[in-house]
Design a protein around this ligand. Sequence first.
Ligand code: A2P
Length: 282
Amino acid sequence: MAKSFSDDIVLNNGVSMPVHGFGAYKIIDENELRNSLETAVDAGYRLFDTATFYRNEASIGQFFQSAGLKRDEFFVTTKVWNTDQGYDKTQKAFENSLKKLQLDQIDLYLVHWPKQETFFETWKALEKLYDEGLIRAIGVSNFEAHHLDRLSTKANVLPAVDQIETHPYFPNHLLHDYLEKLHIAHQAWSPLGRGPVLEENELKKIGQRYNKTAAQVVLRWHIQNQVAIIPKSENPKRIRENADIYDFELTREEMIVINNLNRGERVSNAPDVIYVRTEPEN
Ligand code: A2P
């Protein structure tokens, strides 16, 4: 379990990845994004999660050009979008992402959703880019056990990370256990369930005991469950608040109370429903 905000997890290929990062999902306004990134860097965030679909790679690239950080002081994740999948198209999309981000290498590149038609070709393109040293670690997002099983029948390199929807209303415990067995790191998208779960009285009550907010309690629950997190916020106070979760520990009973909030309720559609659509929500 991460003991401090600066802790890394060692992925199955030996690359170190910060456990706790910053999610840039849906932060499109350039000024908002710049302010949020400035606050995040100042607060000590080192992992920044984007995707072609978020349409903010270029602004993030510009920010890192001017931020004065050395390349090994930040970790960037981006993802290949559904309409860019396929062997050739993925390589092209990757080149575009590199250009927009103004980087020579991506730390973590993910297949955004499992897409039936191009399933293996996309992964082969990621393996090629990885072999060429253009990506430090390759992984997937929204892959369930059966997608991982299918991928493993033809993959030379297994995914290092599976970034999946995970929050108290949808804790994804079974998939977590499967990922652990496969040595694939579980990274949560929408770790705060996009907000509504934070109104739960149980979370507020637990927070009061430690002088923490419901959001801090939820993020702490993830960390104690060995789940990597990328909370998204455009609010400077909340960006800092979300980092401040390493000075208290939830008891076993409190972990169970939070586990019991499980409703099996996603904020988005299930991967097997969504991949046939052209414009999924995430
Ligand atoms: P905002 O950007 O205004 O802070 P998730 O990471 O689960 O997708 O959740 C993101 C949502 O949760 C956003 O609407 C974000 O709003 C909100 N949020 C992020 N951090 C906090 C926090 N500490 N307290 C309350 N809401 C938060």
